[in-house]
Design a protein around this ligand. Structure first.
Ligand code: ADP
Ligand code: MG
Length: 701
């Protein structure tokens, strides 16, 4: 029996939270800090000094010895450099010290992080700057507790080198534009509009011993070989099914660690694929949700080995089995406690809601490619390009009720809302229930789900900062255009109706309520002129188009050089990821698959000889041998081709050219190499196969 724990007691116990600050800081200082957090005003050095001291005392009291500026470079994971609190004093003694200066600014060497050419290696200086809007926290590892201070990371010349900075900038941008619209509707109370996000995280768990035997999982995070097991996910018996004992213990452990960090892990269940699971926290302000999601991923990986497991965050760990994503639930809330995307019972009367809804529709339609890029990495190409969870074509699902309202707007006759109905199940003891006005649509990449949008393209292994700063910026742009037009109008109501009607006409092509996985949709989308970027490489250029650059500049989210740097980093990441995979395949074929198969072929050949000598015909053995050698030949051809292409890629100068070469050649040859290797797995005896199979990985106990 495990002992009962008091969740309210541990919840947030490792966070320098609002209530801790209120308790530990002098009233005046606390008020100043709050003002700074809420209104974005700069904090004076004197106040930072007091906060730093209180933070240090709190951390030391809890057992921390070190602190770190915690930041999110363009690698997609978080970075930290630990410093001890100690400061030397006389007589070879030390005291525990942490100054306001150290709190506000750190100076990690920037040269080892991707910068996309933003600085030469000779200008390695980079700064991490305290983001007081996200609370500091204590992280535990084998070395003890460390005080982590969330920071933004920039170069010596002030350019953002991280994912956090543009996110914070975009939250300010959307606030400014949303407030303009609210004022037009007579709202004088709201002082701030914030974007909220709840990120549902999908992941796989596999047995650690099996994992350790697979180089592809170790180096690339996904399997690069593997024949399908006799059972896949056909029976759908895993989804929401009973959770394995070991996994359930892991989930409990994970929940507790996350709760200590004030992360509201709430829902956990099995997902569609065998060995796949999901964790959803309760939504929060986007910057905090982003920090929290980084920690969720970090703890998922960190805690798994304690339970003999390994956590795979890759978007497509197994070919032929559903991949993982992150559903980014996104909405806009006012500081008066209102969700702007709550339609109310009669949405047709809620024009404020409808205008914001139309802003999202316009934004997504006009910026589909850039939004797709925001949700891209090399791993996600396996999901978005294939016939599974969201297609690479961006469309919006609104559901019946809102689609009907949009039709009415288009016709210039907005008069009614379809309402919810009751349904009974046909068993008299089961009460009748209210049916939602719309069904769920799991195939849409961007779905309106009652009072929020669910952006489902987001890759499972990456930070959610990028899709969110893009989403915030494009919606800010649409709201800005709406506000510009409406503020000038003599008659607001008339101008509003006209604007709404025009927007529906211009952008209704992005709305699609049908099956997003079907081939018909691909054709239909093409007819509508919607972009379909099968690979992320095709979407990178959108980041540096003058239109995009102007938009990011206008809202103060990214400068021109920052846009260029981000495009370059996207190419770079893609190239690196695919090349690591290709090299791993070469290694596994040369050192594991080929020797195993050759040995096995020899034993088959031997038995042919002895069977013949004994007067038996050995037809089956001969056929098997031929099958094996045919596949070895094919494998060897692809192997040589892949090696040559890897060599060739290092000679290509331009980063864009190289990315396309990698996609068009290396990536394709990898599939050519995999095919015969997977065939061979089915021809060779199970005992001698050099690493665990899909069956071993997916159906462990
Ligand atoms: P579903 O199961 O339909 O996807 P849930 O209610 O489980 O929806 O919510 C999924 C995620 O969406 C959770 O993280 C939840 O906190 C988040 N969420 C709910 N409401 C909002 C909102 N207004 N804004 C952003 N996220 C939200
Ligand atoms: Mg969901």
């Amino acid at each position: 029996m495990s002992e009962a724990i008091s969740i309210p007691e541990i919840y947030g116990s490792r966070v320098f939270s609002d209530s801790v600050m209120c308790e530990k800081l002098p009233k005046k200082i606390y008020k100043e800090l709050k003002r700074s957090i809420e209104t974005g005003t700069e904090l004076s050095p004197e106040i930072a000094e007091v906060v730093a001291n209180a933070m240090k005392d709190w951390a030391i009291e809890k057992g921390a010895t070190h602190y770190t500026h915690w930041f999110q470079p363009m690698t997609g994971i978080t970075a930290e450099k630990h410093d001890a609190f100690i400061s030397p004093v006389e007589n070879d003694k030390v005291i525990m010290e942490f100054s306001g200066k150290e709190l506000i600014k750190g100076e990690p060497d920037a040269s080892s992080f991707p910068s996309g050419g933003l600085r030469g290696t000779f200008e390695a200086r980079g700064y991490s700057v305290w983001d007081c809007t996200s609370p500091a926290f204590l992280k535990e590892d084998a070395g003890g507790l460390t005080l982590c201070i969330p920071t933004a990371f920039c170069s010596y010349t002030g350019e953002a080198l991280d994912k956090k900075t543009p996110l914070l900038r975009s939250m300010e941008a959307i606030n400014i534009q949303a407030l303009r619209i609210l004022r037009l509707f007579g709202d004088t109370e709201t002082k701030k509009v914030t974007t909220s996000v709840g990120a549902e995280q999908e992941y796989f768990l596999v047995d650690k011993n099996m994992y350790d035997k697979r180089k592809d999982l170790i180096f690339a995070g996904r399997t690069l070989f593997g024949a399908m097991p006799p059972k896949g996910q056909q029976l759908d018996d895993h989804y929401f099914g009973a959770i394995r004992e070991r996994v359930s213990e892991y989930m409990k452990d994970l929940d507790i660690e996350l709760w200590k960090l004030g992360i509201s892990a709430k829902t956990e269940h099995n997902e569609a694929a065998p060995a796949q699971h999901e964790l959803a926290p309760i939504y929060d302000d986007t910057n905090i949700a982003t920090d929290h999601n980084q920690l969720v991923m970090e703890y998922m990986k960190k805690l798994a080995p304690r339970h003999g497991l390994e956590c795979l965050l890759h978007e497509k760990p197994f070919a032929g089995v559903n991949g993982s994503g992150k559903h980014n639930n996104w909405s806009l809330a006012t500081d008066t406690g209102k969700n702007i995307f709550s339609p109310g019972k009669e949405p047709h009367k809620n024009k404020l809601f409808l205008l914001f809804l139309l802003a999202v529709i316009k934004a997504v339609d006009e910026n589909a490619v850039i939004l797709r890029l925001g949700a891209s990495n090399a791993g996600n190409d396996h999901r978005l390009g294939a016939a599974e969870a969201p297609p690479a074509i961006i469309s919006i699902f609104l559901g019946e009720q809102l689609e009907d309202i949009l039709n009415q707007i288009e016709l210039g006759n907005l008069t009614s809302s379809k309402s919810e109905t009751s349904m009974t199940i046909g068993v008299s003891t089961i009460p009748s229930i209210k049916k939602d006005v719309t069904d769920r649509n799991r195939t849409s990449p961007f779905a309106f789900t009652g009072n929020k949008f669910e952006f489902r393209m987001v890759p499972s292994s990456d930070s959610i900062a990028c899709p969110n700063y893009i989403l915030n910026t494009i919606v800010a742009e649409a709201l800005m255009q709406f506000a510009d037009e409406l503020e000038k109008a003599d008659n607001f109501d008339e101008a509003l109706d006209k604007l709404m009607q025009r927007t529906v006409k211009e952008h209704k092509r992005i709305i699609f309520n049908g099956n997003g996985y079907s081939d018909e949709w691909v054709k239909e989308a093409e007819r509508r002129g919607l972009p379909n970027c099968k690979s992320m490489v095709d979407s990178v250029e959108s980041m540096v188009e003058p239109r995009t650059v102007e938009m990011f500049k206008r809202h103060g989210v990214l400068t021109e050089v920052e846009c260029a740097a981000r495009a370059e980093i996207s190419y770079e990441n893609y190239i690196n990821r695919v090349l690591i995979e290709a090299r791993t395949m070469v290694d596994m074929v040369a050192k594991q698959i080929k020797p195993t198969v050759i040995n096995y072929a020899k034993s088959v050949a031997d038995s042919v000889v002895s069977l013949n000598a004994a007067g038996a015909d050995a037809e089956v053995e001969k056929e098997l041998l031929k099958n094996i050698t045919d596949n070895i030949t094919e494998m060897d051809k692809a192997y040589k081709k892949l090696r040559a292409e890897i060599d060739k890629s290092s000679e290509i100068e331009g980063i864009k050219e190289k990315a396309f070469f990698v996609k068009d050649h290396i990536f394709t040859t990898m599939s050519e190499l995999r095919k015969p290797a997977d065939e061979l797995e089915m021809l060779v005896s199970e005992e001698c196969w050099p690493f665990p199979t899909y069956g071993d990985l997916l159906f462990y106990s």
